[in-house]
Design a protein around this ligand. Sequence first.
Ligand SMILES: [Zn+2]
Length: 335
Amino acid sequence: FITTAYTSHPIPQCRASLSLYTALCTGPDGVHYWHKQYPYCGGVFQSPIDLQTQLLKYDPTMAPIGVWNYNLSGQEQLTLGNNGHAVKLSLPARMYISGLPHRYSAAQLHFHWGSPTLAAGSEHTVNGKRFAAEMHIVHFNSDKYANISVAADKSDGLAVLAVLIEVGEFNPAFDHFLKFINGVKYKDQRVQIPAFNVRSLLPARLDEYYRYDGSLTTPPCYPSVLWTVFRSPVTMSHRQFSMLSTALYSSSAQESASMPLNGNYRTLQKPDQRTILVSFLDGELGFQNGRLPVPASFLKYCWLLIIFASIKIYCIILMTHTHTHTHTHTHTHTV
Ligand SMILES: [Zn+2]
């Protein structure tokens, strides 16, 4: 989650070109030191978290996410930028989402990713599995707040759609901005690019997702985000992932030592007794009253038992019938 777009707090830079995410950074700016300058980062309801089975609760009332005005015209221009922490694309506020308690209008989207040698850089993980990358489409509550800066620190201020990305099939949707990524290699560089259908970056199914209350994943870590993490990941090709993970620097063009920009994800945060609502019945699970997960294997065995019992009963009936028939036949023959 990248905050520079809507907050007056500049994200601190580590000295000696060390990145915001470098654990070894001994200054006040490394990931383990965020809370010293930004108390919320050490507080509760932080993101990202591991979306683990024990925390899930099925909620059949959760509506599919509706995306509106996402199909932008190629005549329109969007700003692609490198803010030193991620690659970011500005979005017009007429784009909005429905299916949430308020109308949330779009502000920007950005990515978190792994390193060129380790395609594991998503912020959210699913039962410990870290995906290659993650996209965040950031929206603000436009029913209540004038803009994202005002909304950022309000408890109902933000809603983020998160898309997990794995390396696989080539995905033409990502090329809409990847083909311009070399224009923003260094921090603070920006280019104007033609707009496109932002819906194409999302997975096919918008009705299956995880939902929980969390925070910005960069300082100042306000606990103001209603998170929606889609269940299905989308893919990008190995080549597309390489472009994302090798093209950018967290240092500016003027700096003599260039610092590659990758591994820009925050460490997992504590669940803090939160429940993660899910809009779908997990294939690995059966939910009982939406609460107690019963392993799917158990349900499968129940079905097998019923089928086996049915076959056995059928066999017994068949055998009884055959026996009666033979007996009758023998009897007739004797007569
Ligand atoms: Zn993010």
